[in-house]
Design a protein around this ligand. Structure first.
Ligand SMILES: CCCCCCCCCCC/C=C/C(=O)SCCNC(=O)CCNC(=O)[C@H](O)C(C)(C)COP(=O)(O)OP(=O)(O)OC[C@H]1O[C@@H](n2cnc3c(N)ncnc32)[C@H](O)[C@@H]1OP(=O)(O)O
Length: 279
């Protein structure tokens, strides 16, 4: 739906170094809910974390689904009802090799470019936890349905001593509004489904057993909206943000890698990773 030039630029900038493994599909499954609706399931135990390989596989899968003109909508879910996605794989950022860290970030940019700018109607079915990158992944979809009660969603990056970049932070601000975003980002708040609904971070909250059936119902409904009008509307809503990242992609890679490689950030990341493993 975005310009051909922008698309070409996006794919040309994805990592192509020979050291990078080819996208693996074992971490994801793609199926059809109907002739026009695809389902993409994150299936990387135990927490659907976003490693370099997972991010590459994800964008490749979205691009492949989009390349089929008969598909008009996409349902995104996790194979686990406990964890939608635990966000970035923190081990990618702990003591990283700088070239891989830069490729990792380009691949994360690629996931945003593929899903946020997708011509498809997209629904995120959030049955389990969605902290940080898991929350951001769901924000790239058009509609979010989440389980009430237990699981948490939000941007807790400050707890790790890192920050979400402007292009991801902007999606959050646009979704929940400036003041809610400031309060949540500065505290690193993780919301229950009900709290997330109250600030507009998700669109519906339901008991676990109703989340997936309702998400299917919604995506099948969205698939019937005339595709051209929807795609153009999405371009008008999101095109400027996507173009801004495309224009400053390498500067953003430099910002991320410098920040992560700093000694103080490394100490914080290592301590956080250790605390997760000791849990
Ligand atoms: C597909 C591509 C989409 C791209 C989207 C773009 C995103 C750009 C984002 C930019 C900014 C984002 C930054 C981040 O995401 S930093 C990561 C922040 N994540 C967290 O803080 C979550 C940490 N995890 C948890 O809080 C819990 O795991 C959770 C509540 C999610 C589940 O708890 P539970 O008790 O059920 O499970 P465990 O804690 O025992 O976890 C199971 C094992 O998984 C390991 N784990 C969990 N999370 C991570 C992680 N983020 N990175 C690496 N490893 C992780 C955990 O250590 C356990 O491992 P072991 O079994 O070996 O102990």
């Amino acid at each position: 739906m975005f310009s051909t030039a922008a698309r070409a630029l996006a794919s040309r900038s994805l990592p192509r170094a020979p050291s990078i493994l080819p996208p693996s599909r074992s971490m994801l499954t793609v199926s059809r809910l109907s002739p026009s609706v695809a389902e993409l399931t994150l299936d990387k135990a135990p927490a659907n974390t976003l490693s370099l390989e997972m991010a590459l596989a994800f964008s490749a899968a979205v691009s492949e689904i989009e390349a089929d003109p008969s598909v008009t909508a996409l349902l995104l879910r996790s194979s686990s009802t406990k964890i939608f996605s635990a966000g970035l794989d923190i081990s990618e950022m702990s003591g990283p090799e700088p070239a891989r860290l830069a490729d990792f970030w380009r691949a994360i940019q690629g996931t945003y470019l593929s899903l946020y700018s997708s011509r498809l109607a997209t629904v995120a079915c959030i049955e389990g936890h969605a902290p940080a990158g898991g929350c951001l992944l769901s924000l790239m979809a058009d509609y979010r349905i989440m389980t009430g009660g237990g699981p948490r969603i939000g941007l807790n990056e400050t707890a790790l001593g890192i920050a979400a970049p402007y292009w991801l932070k902007d999606m959050f601000v646009e979704t929940v509004g400036r003041r809610n975003a400031e309060l949540a980002l500065l505290k690193g708040t993780l919301f229950t489904g009900e709290e997330a609904l109250a600030v507009g971070l998700v669109d519906e909250v339901l008991p676990l057993e109703e989340v997936y059936p309702r998400a299917k119902e919604e995506v099948l409904k969205l698939a019937r909206i005339p595709a051209k009008g929807r795609a153009e509307t999405k371009r008008l809503l999101r095109g400027a943000a996507v173009d801004e990242l495309l224009a400053g992609r390498e500067a953003d890679v430099a910002w991320f890698t410098e920040f992560v490689l700093e000694e103080g950030t490394q100490k914080g990341i290592k301590a956080y990773l250790d605390s997760l493993k000791k849990k």
